[in-house]
Design a binder for this molecule. Structure first.
Ligand code: SF4
Length: 220
C-alpha cells in the first residue's frame, strides 16, 4: 500500500467507524456493569480471558462479596477459589482484594472516575479505566484497546506495525485520527466486529463491510 497521508487515513478511520456504527449500533457492555464496583472488578477479571468465562464466575463472586467493603474483608485465597476457572486467577484474586481495599481506604467506598485515580487501583490499567469511565460514568477520555480493537486497528493499518504489541500506543494512534465524538462506541462495536467478521484466526474478508477500506483484505 502506498504511503497514506494523515488526512486520507483520518477519512478512512471515520468511514470505518460510520460503517460499524451502522452495522452494530449501540452495543451494551458484555460484562456485569450493574454498578461501577461490579464493572471495575469484572473488567479486571477479563484480562486474557473471554467475557463469557468472566460472566460465569461473577454471579457467585458478587453474591458473596457485593460491595467494596465486603470484598476488602475477603482473603485472596477465598476469592481465588471462586474465580479459579479464569486465567491468572491467583494474581487477579489479589488484585480484587487490594482494589476493594483501596476503594474503601482512599475513595470512601466509591469507585473513582478520573483516569489518574482509577489507574492507581491495583490491577487497573488504562484499558480498564477507559471502560469503567465510559460504561460506568459516561465519561469518554480515550478508547479501550483490547485484543480485538488492537488487531482490527493493525489489520486496517490505522496504527504502525511497530505498535502492534503496544496497545497503549495503538490507542494514541487511534485518538489522533478518530474524532473525539466517535470514541465512545469504538470499543464495543469493534469487539462485536472482531468476534463476528475480523476474527483472529480466519477473518471473513469475503463478507466484510470494510473490505474496500482494508489493506489486509484477503479474498479466496
Ligand atoms: S477485510 Fe478482512 S482483515 Fe480487513 S477488516 Fe475485513 S475481515 Fe478484517
Amino acid at each position: 500500500m502506498p504511503r497514506e497521508s494523515n488526512a486520507v487515513k483520518r477519512e478512512r478511520a471515520v468511514e470505518v467507524c460510520r460503517r460499524l456504527e451502522e452495522r452494530y449500533g449501540p452495543v451494551e457492555c458484555f460484562l456485569d456493569h450493574a454498578n461501577p464496583f461490579r464493572l471495575v472488578i469484572s473488567v479486571l477479571l477479563s484480562a486474557q480471558t473471554t467475557d463469557a468465562q468472566v460472566n460465569k464466575v461473577t454471579p457467585e463472586l458478587f453474591r458473596r462479596w457485593p460491595t467494596p467493603e465486603a470484598m476488602a474483608g475477603a482473603t485472596p485465597a477465598e476469592i481465588a477459589e471462586v474465580i479459579r476457572s479464569l486465567g491468572f486467577y491467583k494474581t487477579k484474586a489479589v488484585h480484587c482484594v487490594e482494589c476493594a481495599q483501596m476503594i474503601v481506604s482512599d475513595f470512601g467506598g466509591e469507585v473513582p472516575h478520573t483516569m489518574a485515580e482509577l489507574t492507581k487501583l491495583p490491577g487497573v490499567g488504562r484499558k480498564t479505566a477507559n471502560i469503567v469511565m465510559n460504561v460506568g460514568f459516561g465519561i469518554v477520555e480515550g478508547i479501550a484497546v483490547d485484543t480485538h480493537v488492537n488487531r482490527i486497528a493493525h489489520r486496517l493499518r490505522l496504527s504502525p506495525k511497530t505498535h502492534e504489541k503496544e496497545p497503549l500506543k495503538t490507542e494514541q494512534d487511534l485518538l489522533k485520527i478518530i474524532p473525539r465524538e466517535l470514541w465512545a462506541p469504538v470499543n464495543h462495536q469493534w469487539i462485536s466486529f472482531g468476534r463476528e467478521i475480523c476474527t483472529a484466526r480466519s477473518p471473513k474478508c469475503g463478507e466484510c463491510p470494510l473490505a474496500d477500506l482494508c489493506p489486509s483484505v484477503r479474498m479466496s
